[in-house]
Design a protein around this ligand. Structure first.
Ligand code: ADP
Ligand code: MG
Length: 221
């Protein structure tokens, strides 16, 4: 279990996370909902260790992958290089070869075989999203953090993302996904936590609470 205990984080004296505590169950999909500025990305960044909380603890004893908003692919590297770059940094020649094989398998699994030598700039949004997902899975994470994985994607591509994340979760990976898109979160999450001004306002199972989800959808977009 991933335990988040009493996290506080301020930037320039402004409190962005305010005593956030969450126990995230293994192999679950947790959605972080909330309007822009509510603290979703900051919470993901704290879980990953990209931000240090001012107060509180998060256990780090597992491998965590991060799928960034806007993909964050290296534009000067091919798709294959994007995937193998980080894992290969401290690898032996043999290991590097294995990472290349693994990257090819991963791209095939995610339906983008044949794009290995392509540069990210020439890919569609949906293809970039698949590459970003493949890259975050290269380290075999036990937890995958996804920040706004549907932003800028059309409806059909969002359905693909839903399918891909379900597939990854089916392999036992715990997923924490931040999104302002409740419709999307309600499709894949067994639990949705709503943040408002850095506090947990609501913690529900969307399947048991369709009316609460409908009300929330109307309360912010
Ligand atoms: P969300 O992802 O829900 O939109 P964020 O976690 O990105 O929210 O941001 C919450 C608040 O924290 C925003 O007001 C944002 O401007 C502020 N913030 C986030 N990161 C930083 C930073 N590195 N420096 C200063 N302010 C920040
Ligand atoms: Mg954000």
């Amino acid at each position: 279990m991933l335990k988040i205990c009493d996290i506080c984080k301020s930037f320039n004296g402004i409190e962005v996370l305010n005593n956030v505590s969450l126990d995230i169950e293994e192999s679950s999909i947790l959605g972080l909902a909330g309007s822009s500025g509510s603290g979703k990305s900051t919470l993901l960044r704290c879980i990953q260790g990209l931000e240090i909380p001012d107060h509180g603890t998060i256990n780090y004893d597992r491998k965590i992958g991060f799928m960034f908003q806007d993909f964050n692919l290296f534009p000067h590297m091919t798709v294959l290089q994007n995937l193998v770059y980080a894992p290969s940094l401290r690898a032996t020649a043999d290991e590097k070869k294995r990472y290349i094989d693994k990257a090819r398998d991963m791209l095939k699994d995610l339906g983008i075989a044949g794009k290995e030598s392509t540069y990210p700039g020439t890919l569609s949004g949906g293809q970039k999203q698949r590459v970003a997902l493949a890259r975050s899975l290269m380290i075999d994470p036990e937890v995958l953090l996804c920040d706004e994985p549907t932003s800028g994607l059309d409806v059909a591509t969002i359905e693909d993302v839903v399918g891909l994340l379900r597939k990854v979760n089916g392999l036992g990976v715990t997923i924490v996904v931040a999104s302002h898109d409740l419709e999307f979160l309600a499709q894949i999450c067994g639990r949705i936590v709503l943040l408002r001004q850095g506090k947990i306002l609501l913690d529900i199972d969307p399947r048991d609470n369709p009316i609460a989800i409908e009300n929330l959808k109307n309360s912010y977009t």
